[in-house]
Design a protein around this ligand. Structure first.
Ligand SMILES: [Zn+2]
Length: 599
């Protein structure tokens, strides 16, 4: 007798973005979609091997019944698939079990997306394999990742009055917003990949977590074809039969139109209900989209040099704006290929146009996630991340001539004042390591692929060639073998190791190292300097890239100290505690002051 192999994936119904996005022409039909996620043996909750939904509401003291799946022919059934297909599927909003499924599926999808891009298993930003997820954690317009509680928590709140329903107020559940769930999950994953990115450093490192979480959230939503095609078919173009509405005039598909009809529309939709929610893309996203690309004649320092962009969230918006501009450019390149050979004034099938958009978003998402591996582990700046994006892609897709992703990324970042660092190659990538002077004689090939002690030995033996400061405290914090898959089935095997260096000194000792401390800082002030590097080894354990921040890099440490002193980081020894809750709180305060709204 043969046994049927268990399927590796399963499909679950989710709300495509949030309940405010409905199917064109059917205002009671929330746009839903099915997502494919890794299959697993699942306990009531759902509780799986990485994600545990625990539905306890601390405001009302309610423990909701957990979602329990039934089997048929060895497959779990999705009880919400049929309900989602109805013309009025708003009953999904009232079923806490659907909320549990929605949040479980999106966290799993985001995790799987990272694992695919990086070509290995990932850890959360805490010890332990399972993250707790609370879909109705409290009655408040907030959602955040808490590393201390090993949890993602989602609040709910009373929304605006619905004029069409006699002023009835809708309850807004943050666990039903795709972007919010993907954004919070991204914090938990980045915290596992780059634990020092929450250290006080510069406005760019502080803004990176937020900006990057928004980039992943947006590209995850745009990689769903259904969302892109729904947004494309703008309400203004209604009229005629459903079928004729599927076609769009080719000459209407310009970059400016797409920015307006797709990016701005999504940002506005998100804004409708989520404007009150902190830590969400909502207004911040809208603000990012409003940041106009600079032309070559403008001073390219314009954004980063402004006082308001010293605030971490506003700085993070530059990253979002640069990435989404690149997305539009690549999408346009792909649309131009569809237009080719067609008469002027002809129409294109919106489904095909949407598919090109979803594919572009998906590929950019791969690049964005892979770039984390090629980023220095401490004191990240956007210029480093830009070179990391280019290098990550160049390694897996040597020939970029088809759609020109790397070229568009470089151009888009430049329009927001972000250029590769001086040490980068002319194409923006990191320089390959010249490993001639390095000694591998005493290193064990096999253990270099997984053993931090072995990698540390390699660093120590080669500390001179690698320019690793020998008096700083040095620690290898991770060694991660990975297999990355390119779009054409090309596989790349690498091992990524990270080491960090720390030195705690008095201000007067720092001065002796040619790093300037702020004038009004007492000379007895204790200062911790950070440095470190990512080492990328090829499949034969030869060093390919050494992406580092030298601990005694005076051009970076001097402004870092100035920034931290100016903004009071030295006053608060607990400044890195509960960082994600605070990040979101700051964001909300910032938004309030910018929008002048009252809550
Ligand atoms: Zn956030």
């Amino acid at each position: 007798m043969t046994t049927i192999p268990k399927s590796r994936t399963r499909k679950l119904t989710i709300i495509a973005q949030d309940p405010s996005i409905t199917v064109k022409g059917k205002k009671d039909k929330i746009l839903t979609t099915e997502v494919e996620i890794p299959a697993e043996e699942i306990a009531p909750g759902p509780r799986g091997y990485r994600v545990q939904v625990v539905d306890y509401d601390s405001t009302t003291g309610t423990l909701y019944m957990p979602m329990e799946y039934t089997h048929k022919n060895g497959q779990y059934l999705d009880p919400f698939k049929r309900i989602a297909e109805k013309d009025d599927n708003r009953s999904l909003l009232e079923d806490p079990r659907f909320h549990q499924q929605n949040v479980y599926a999106i966290v799993m999808r985001t995790l799987a997306r990272f694992e695919f891009a990086l070509g290995r298993r990932l850890s959360w930003g805490f010890a332990g394999q399972q993250i707790n997820v609370a879909p109705h954690a409290f009655a408040d317009a907030n959602a955040f990742y808490s590393d201390r509680n090993q949890a993602l928590v989602f609040g709910y709140f009373q929304g605006k009055k619905d004029e069409e329903k006699d002023g009835e107020k809708n309850m807004v559940y943050t666990c039903l917003s795709h972007d919010v769930v993907a954004h919070e999950t991204t914090h938990a994953l980045v915290d596992g990949l780059r634990q020092r990115y929450t250290d006080p450093s510069s406005p760019e490192q502080a803004g990176f977590h937020e900006g990057f979480a928004d980039v992943v959230a947006l590209l995850s939503v745009f990689s769903l074809k259904k969302i892109v095609s729904t947004l494309l078919l703008d309400e203004n173009e209604s009229g005629g039969s459903a079928n004729s509405n599927r076609f769009i005039y080719a000459n209407k598909l310009t970059e400016g139109k797409l920015r307006e009809s797709v990016l701005f529309r999504l940002a506005d939709q998100m804004g409708q209900e989520m404007a009150r929610t902190r830590g969400m893309c909502a207004k911040a996203l809208r603000q990012s989209m409003d940041l106009q690309p600079l032309s070559d004649e403008d001073d390219l320092d314009t954004y980063a040099g402004q006082e308001k962009f010293q605030e971490p969230h506003r700085r993070g918006e530059l990253l979002v704006a640069a990435m989404m501009t690149a997305f539009l450019k690549v999408w346009m390149t792909r649309i131009e290929k569809l237009k080719r050979g067609r008469a002027a004034g002809s129409k294109l099938d919106s489904e095909l146009v949407a598919e090109e958009g979803a594919d572009a978003a998906d590929q950019l998402l791969n690049m964005a996630i892979r770039a984390l591996d090629y980023s220095p582990p401490t004191d990240l700046q956007f210029c480093d991340y830009l070179s990391a994006l280019i290098t990550a892609d160049k390694e897996v897709v040597p020939d970029d001539s088809k759609y020109g992703y790397r070229d568009e990324i470089l151009k888009s970042f430049r329009k927001y004042g972000i250029e590769p660092p001086p040490s980068a190659e002319s194409d923006g990538s990191w320089p390959l390591e010249d490993d001639h002077g390095l000694t591998y004689d005493r290193a064990h090939f096999e253990s270099m692929l997984r053993d931090p002690v072995e990698v540390f030995r390699f660093i120590w033996e080669n500390r001179e060639q690698l320019k690793v400061h020998e008096e700083a405290y040095t620690k290898v914090i991770s060694v991660r073998p990975c297999v990355r898959l390119g779009p054409d089935g090309f596989t790349l095997r690498e091992t990524v190791a990270e080491y960090i260096q720390t030195m705690t000194l008095r201000a007067k000792e720092v001065e002796l190292l040619n790093i300037n401390v702020p004038d009004d800082m007492p000379l007895t002030q204790e200062i911790t300097l950070y440095g470190g590097g990512a080492l990328i080894f090829d499949e034969y354990s030869r060093l390919k890239y050494h992406i580092r921040n030298r601990i005694l890099n005076t051009t970076r440490q001097t402004p870092r100290l100035k920034y931290l002193w100016q903004y009071g980081y030295f006053d608060d020894p607990n400044s890195s505690e509960n960082i994600f809750a605070r990040l979101h709180l700051y964001r909300s305060l910032n938004l309030r002051s910018h929008t002048g709204e009252e809550f």
